[in-house]
Design a protein around this ligand. Structure first.
Ligand SMILES: [Zn+2]
Length: 232
């Protein structure tokens, strides 16, 4: 099991850890600040004791593997120092919180469910299941999101008993993905706007997003709409 330092402090840019196991170019540590790929988010990149990490992945339910550029020379038990590519990761956090906010507003206004998302540092997209395709309305929802950002509510994360969490309306806006089968769900709350079961990394205050800029709206079939957006 890998201790998720990014759940305790999403702003940890460096950390010390001990190597647990090595498999080819994949290294598992006792703890890490690198967020693994999943839930539409890219895995973090950076370095482990100066060696490039090109991706971070889940190697099991509670195990996180760092994918190195070269086969690992780290031995189990060895201490390492991890450094994140923080500029990239911080943009992913800002994009991710933006995606939650947009999803919440679209869901509230239209009842749309989220059928997919891809969070990247430069450009992100959300897929909605929505019969109506009205660009004007979508742009209105984006400006409502930007109004919420100027209110700067806190973004809080905490754990809740699964059965309690599942009673909250809209706790999962994903059409296909059910929260993991665990006793406690991690909740991400944009105070006053959204509550969502989620394992990813977010900013602490919504104002940190700055501004959401819609880029492109696409009609992806009968009731599938795709929106691309960015943050300056
Ligand atoms: Zn999320």
């Amino acid at each position: 099991m890998t201790r998720r330092l990014f759940w305790e402090d999403a702003y940890a840019k460096e950390f010390d850890a001990t190597v647990n196991s090595v498999d080819g170019n994949q290294v598992v540590l006792d703890q890490t600040a690198f967020n693994p790929r999943g839930g539409g988010l890219l895995g973090d990149i950076g370095t482990l004791s100066g060696v490039k990490v090109t991706d971070t992945i889940k190697a099991g339910e509670d195990t996180i593997a760092h994918v190195l550029e070269t086969p690992s020379t780290f031995a189990p038990g060895k201490p390492v120092h991890g450094v994140l590519d923080w500029d990239r990761r911080h943009r992913i956090m800002r994009m991710h919180t933006s995606a939650h906010l947009l999803s919440a507003i679209f869901h509230k206004q239209t009842g749309a469910l989220i059928t997919g998302n891809q969070i990247e540092p430069d450009k992100s997209r959300i897929d909605f299941s929505l019969d109506d395709f009205d660009r004007e309305k979508m742009l209105v929802y984006c400006s409502q999101a930007n109004e919420a950002i100027t209110m700067n509510p806190p973004v809080k994360t905490y754990f809740m008993k699964r059965e309690e969490a599942l009673k909250i309306p809209g706790i999962t806006k994903l059409a296909s993905v059910m929260p993991p089968d665990v006793k406690e769900l991690r909740i991400v709350e944009i105070e006053g706007y959204d509550l969502q079961a989620d394992g990813g990394v977010h900013v602490k205050n919504l104002g940190e997003v700055g501004k959401i800029e819609p880029m492109k709206l696409e009609n992806k079939g009968k009731s599938n709409r795709r929106m691309y957006f960015t943050i300056p």
